[in-house]
Design a protein around this ligand. Structure first.
Ligand SMILES: Cc1ncc(COP(=O)(O)O)c(C=O)c1O
Length: 458
């Protein structure tokens, strides 16, 4: 913590960008010169001033006191590599649009696949988790046309929406009291038949719950559905050392899924626009087969557009991911994994603080790095209203949390005396996804304490 100096955005890393641009340009030195910047720098500077003013209208997502939603800045190496690639602006649709960046994408995606446990795979980057899940469910639909998709009631809303887009029936399976897919409920539904795909969530959006993959896979052995793992948020946590036993057991079976989605733009330190879909069976590539009269002419090597539903895709996203993984390889016990463990530790520490405070009720300890809790109150309605006021009071003190409506069932047995006069409780929610959060939990807890003290009980 840099107390007393006042906050400044990091700019030191910009010093190496200029040199890198020079070196990049040197590789094209045989071209005839084309002159200076091609634009009025004073005019650009004035526009950038305006951009700064406009961007001030944001929560400080880059700061550890922003502990609300799944938002974090990219690693400096990702930011710089992305910027460097912008001098070229490759398109990873076809090799002639982005030869180097397509190869970097294949290498980076292969490393993510190895993290999952796959030496062979088919996969690529895409716009984000929604697009990646769309592709996974689309492949599932091609293989099991018309069959129902199941996901838990805490799965991301994208699955029911994507199923509607694909014209597939969708049903939500209830969760247990910890927000994980309820296995007996899944089994009961499977017995009635016609299920094509089950989506297991590895880190739900609201609470970071990890569905019980070993038990779900045991049901696949009996019922023969396709298993898709939506690990958009939690996909990297298999590298962590500090998971609890259930989560560890789930991650240890991730390699048995048929498809996996992991978002580098969530826990992978990347700028937005970087999701990743992976298939265990590379032969599903045949389902993507299409003719493109305009592209794919430069090489018989695989063009990523041939195995992707999106056409143009940012090569810069692949360059940024490749550079990040070069600096921080996806290995257990490495620096990147240590960052995940720091987030886990931060979440446990914050949870322990609120769990010990009689002013709050908390349904369960975090499985990943998301902490949820509600103010203790006589009714769910009062608890919800109070959560909103604490959220505002914390924001006024510079601590930015989030709110999430959670089923009252999560609070059965842990909120004695609270009348459940509605189906959900609006809870305070904190995503501690920055490694630095580990150093800031005490400060976060102190601000939360003050904010809670400011909000009267009733
Ligand atoms: C589990 C899960 N799946 C899918 C998504 C959608 O991802 P995106 O916002 O990148 O489209 C999210 C987003 O938070 C998520 O948490």
């Amino acid at each position: 913590m840099d107390e007393g100096k006042g906050f400044r955005l990091e700019t030191e890393s910009l010093r190496i960008l200029g040199d890198a641009v020079e070196r990049l340009g040197a590789g094209f030195a045989s071209l005839p010169p084309i002159g200076g910047p091609g634009a009025d720098l004073d005019a650009i500077g004035r526009v950038l001033d305006e951009v700064c003013v406009r961007l001030h209208d944001n929560y400080p997502y880059f700061h550890p006191l922003y502990a609300g939603q799944m938002l974090a800045p990219p690693h400096p190496v990702a930011r710089l590599a992305y910027a460097l690639a912008m001098w070229i602006n490759p398109n990873n649709h076809a090799l002639d649009g982005g030869r180097a960046s397509s190869r970097m994408e294949k290498e980076a995606v292969a490393e993510i696949a190895r993290m999952v446990g796959w030496d062979a795979h088919l996969g690529h980057l895409c716009g984000g988790g929604t697009m990646a899940n769309l592709e996974a469910l689309w492949v599932g639909k091609c293989l099991r046309p018309g069959a129902t998709v199941l996901a838990s009631s805490q799965a991301h809303y994208t699955h029911s929406r994507i199923s509607a887009v694909l014209g597939l029936p969708f049903e939500a399976i209830p969760c247990d009291r910890r927000g994980r897919m309820d296995v007996p409920a899944l089994e009961a539904r499977l017995r009635t038949g016609d299920v094509g795909m089950v989506v297991a969530t590895m880190g739900t959006t609201a609470v970071g719950a990890v569905d019980p993959l070993p038990q779900i896979l045991a049901l696949r052995d009996r019922h023969g559905f396709r298993l898709h793992a939506d690990a958009a948020y939690g996909g990297y946590f298999g590298l962590a050392s500090g998971l609890d036993d259930d989560a560890r057991a789930a991650y240890d079976r991730l390699a048995d899924a048929d498809s996996v989605v992991i978002d580098p733009h969530k826990h992978g330190l990347q700028p937005y626009g970087c999701g990743c879909v992976l298939f265990k069976d590379p032969s599903v590539g045949r389902l993507y087969r299409h003719d493109s009269p305009y592209t794919y002419f430069s090489s018989a090597e695989l063009h990523l557009g041939e195995i992707s539903l999106e056409c143009s895709r940012p090569g810069a996203a692949a360059v940024a991911l490749w550079a990040t993984q070069r600096l921080l390889p996806l290995v257990r016990c490495g620096e990147f994994a240590a960052g995940l463990d720091r987030s886990l530790a931060a979440a446990r520490q914050l949870w322990a603080t609120v769990a010990a405070d009689p002013r709050y009720v908390t349904p369960f300890a975090p499985e990943l790095d998301i902490v949820v809790f509600a103010p203790r109150a006589a009714t769910a309605t009062q608890a919800s209203a109070r959560a909103r006021r604490i959220f505002d009071a914390a924001a006024r003190r510079g601590l930015h949390l989030a709110l999430a409506d959670l089923p009252v069932a999560f609070f059965e047995g842990v909120a004695p005396g609270m009348a459940f006069d509605r189906d959900t409780i609006t809870c305070l929610r904190s995503v501690l996804m920055k490694a630095e959060h580990a150093d800031w939990v005490a400060r976060i807890a102190a601000v939360l304490d003050e904010a809670t003290g400011e909000v009267p009980d009733a």
